[in-house]
Design a protein. Structure first.
Lengths: 422, 296
């Protein structure tokens, strides 16, 4: 017994941080790994004796969320720095999981970032993350096919549907579809549907009254449009099981006329190694409905620091390094992701490689956030169920589904009442 | 005479402590948590004792009731098929023929593959563009290709197929064990009496493997009720929420939404259903065993 106890103590002492400067970074496997490897190596070189240990989680936002929140719930002191999807800072801040970064990240410094991601990282008057790159929904299209039939790039959704129908009927290719996007029941569905709804002048919720607005006529009209004019009309029903990779693969194989995706798809679609349509791709802001404005969902990833980190000072130095001007420039250059720092949209080197950043700057600036609230995940699950039921069932009763989804959302939002909203 | 000196108790103690620590304690703690309103992302609400409120909410939550129905359909369809297929496989594997050992190993492969891997494999098979499923059905007629995982009417069935493929061999393993303890003499005696193969199966094999069959059914029912990984990898509950089984719903409540109290109530309900089913099967099983003891 004594021996066992002694062993235990030895082991326990053994796992105490031998070198005080080990930093655990919970990340996902990036597409262009060397950019990140290099940045981490530079950080280690600059801070002698510091070792950055990477823990690689799943790339899916939902699954990554489960991993990170499990560590935070358990008050895991091992994890220092982690990636956050743009929809999490409010939740992590409210739950007391993410360290408020106000002392490190002064308001003046925040000015050099785009306002949308800074707002997304703020909750209740504090800031919980530093944006690494931002995403916004974009429309990719086959320039060659549109030119072939003398069609102008579409500005409205009905125009897009009409053009797709025309090209499909002329091309007579059974593999070709009109619109490839993310319609599986998961977080991406909310992003896609929100773009349809908001570009019809409607919203998902009212931030002031804390009420769902999914039951408004305009919101339902947009959902009905997707069910009747997109799914099963210009898209095959397979898109109902698509996330980003599947929908992009279809486009890069030359089997989709229009494609909705994040900015990284530009790089992938124009790489002759990976894409059969390299050089034939155009990019546009997403269409809108008649008389309305185009809306792109704001996405993107931030770095946050765990409140249970033993070394927040060093963690901050790492975050600062990874979100520096230099680093964001490299991410923009080599991965095609939109930088979060404003100045980089005027950087000649970046614009030479990614000319679309200049024309898309406004899309990035105006990108619409998903509801910023600590109960975003329950709201999102309700919306995912609603949207998927509404568009996947051919004769769905959208009025009834929208009514019950909206009531369910209101019940969740009721939990926030009695506490002043930021 | 049983007292603390009795060595039996000392031998039983370790497993008793193990069960207490790793089974009973989590169950009781889940039950305790299910009586609270506790939402991790809203810490200011605190941990409030709400009695049966979570259970009352659950009884009127259309999503939960839908999930329960989905789980029940899943159990009702997959378990009988798995046990029947398992029986068929076990009967074949119990015969002596060349390469039997090799075949026995092969049959177990689906069961040995981690579910996450096989789920991913089935996701590819059911892919709407390059999946093997479509190629076998329609060949090059790509305009007729189906998207099983995208159709509300087919997604659950696709997951059932993946589950049946994977776990039938597990049922076969248990039934095979039951077959192997049947004494040869019984069959020989039956042959002497001129019994047909069917009569031998009906009057010797089936009664004697009843405990094994029930055991396979019990294991498969409980496992099917708790199906999670297939849904997690293949559909995430969609499309139109048609594959949102109860266990997956509970997982989402606790792990994604941080609703500890409500999610625990779901976990307790899943536990109670498996407990009831287990008691039911064990009584069937027990009566079979008791009857056998009386005969001897």
């Amino acid at each position: 017994m004594k021996i066992v106890l002694a062993l235990f103590i030895a082991l326990w002492l053994g796992t105490e941080p031998a070198a005080p400067a080990e930093l655990r970074f919970v990340t996902w496997q990036p597409d262009t790994a060397w950019v990140w490897d290099q940045a981490i190596a530079e950080f280690e070189a600059r801070h002698r004796g510091v070792k950055v240990v990477r823990e690689v989680g799943p790339h899916s936002s939902t699954e990554f969320h489960d991993l990170v929140t499990q560590k935070l719930r358990n008050r895991d002191t091992e994890m220092d720095v982690f990636f956050m999807d743009v929809i999490w800072p409010a939740e992590f801040g409210a739950a007391g999981w993410a360290l408020p970064l106000d002392q490190f990240f002064p308001v003046a410094e925040r000015q050099s970032f785009l306002a949308a991601p800074i707002n997304a990282n703020s909750y209740d008057g504090r800031i919980y993350g530093v944006p690494v790159f931002i995403d916004a929904g974009m429309l990719y299209y086959r320039k060659d096919l549109l030119d072939k039939y003398d069609l102008p790039p579409p500005r409205t959704w009905p125009e897009l549907v009409g053009q797709a129908k025309l090209v499909l009927s002329r091309e007579r290719d059974p593999y070709l579809i009109g619109y490839s996007a993310q319609f599986k029941q998961y977080e991406g569905l909310v992003c896609n549907m929100m773009e349809f709804i908001m570009s019809n002048g409607a919203t998902l919720w009212n931030e002031q009254t804390l009420r769902s607005t999914l039951n408004d006529a305009k919101a339902k009209e947009a959902v009905r449009f997707v069910r009747d004019q997109v799914i099963g009309a210009i898209s095959h029903r397979g898109v109902l099981a698509y996330q980003e990779p599947e929908s992009l693969a279809l486009f890069t194989q030359g089997k989709a006329i229009f494609h909705r995706n994040w900015p990284y798809a530009w790089e992938a679609a124009n790489d002759p190694q990976r894409s059969k349509v390299a050089g034939k791709v155009g990019i546009l802001p997403l269409p809108a409905f008649h008389g309305q404005k185009s809306v792109a969902t704001l996405g993107g990833w931030q770095l946050g620091i765990s409140r249970f980190s033993r070394n927040p000072q060093l963690a901050w130095q790492f975050v600062e390094h990874m979100t520096s001007n230099e680093m964001q420039k490299r991410i923009a250059l080599y991965t095609g992701r939109g930088p979060a720092r404003k100045a980089l949209y005027r950087d000649p080197e970046i614009l030479k490689k990614n000319p679309q950043f200049e024309s898309q700057y406004e899309t990035f600036v105006l990108a619409a956030p998903r509801p910023r609230t600590p109960v975003y995940l329950p709201l999102s699950n309700i919306m995912q169920r609603y949207f998927s039921s509404a568009i996947a069932i051919r004769d769905s009763d959208i009025d009834r589904l929208a009514g019950s989804a909206s009531r369910e959302m209101d019940r969740v939002l009721d939990l926030l009442r009695g506490r002043s909203q930021p | 005479m049983k007292n603390s000196q009795d060595p039996v108790w000392r031998f039983l103690l370790p497993s008793f402590v193990f069960v207490l620590l790793f089974s009973l304690y989590p169950i009781l703690d889940s039950f305790r948590l299910s009586l609270y309103r506790m939402i991790l992302t809203l810490p200011w609400l605190g941990q409030k004792f709400v009695g049966w409120e979570n259970y009352r909410d659950l009884a009127t939550d259309p999503v939960a009731l839908g999930s329960l129905a989905t789980s029940m359909i899943f159990v009702a369809v997959t378990t009988p098929i798995e046990v029947l297929l398992g029986l068929a496989m076990a009967l074949v594997l119990n015969e002596s023929f060349r390469g039997r050992g090799w075949l026995r190993a092969v049959v177990l492969v689906p069961w040995a593959v981690p579910t996450v891997v096989s789920s991913q494999m089935w996701r590819f098979i059911f892919n709407d563009r390059y999946g093997l499923f479509n190629y076998l059905l329609f060949g090059d007629a790509t305009d007729r290709y189906w998207a099983p995982l995208a159709e509300p009417g087919l997604a659950l069935m696709s997951i059932m197929v993946a589950d049946i493929w994977k776990t039938s061999s597990f049922a076969a393993l248990i039934i095979l064990a039951g077959l192997q303890v049947i004494p040869r003499e019984l069959y020989e005696a039956a042959s002497v009496d001129g019994a047909t193969a069917w009569q031998k199966f009906r009057h010797i094999t089936l009664p004697l493997i009843k405990p094994a069959l029930l055991l396979a059914l019990l294991f498969r029912t409980i496992d099917a009720l708790k199906v999670f990984d297939l849904v997690f990898v293949m559909t995430q509950g969609g499309p139109a929420d048609t594959t949102n089984v109860l266990q997956f719903y509970g997982y989402k409540k606790i792990f994604a939404e941080g609703m500890i109290g409500y999610g625990s109530a779901i976990a307790v309900v899943v536990f109670l259903i498996s407990l009831l089913l287990s008691i039911f099967y064990i009584r069937l099983l027990g009566s079979g065993l008791l009857a056998k003891e009386r005969r001897t």
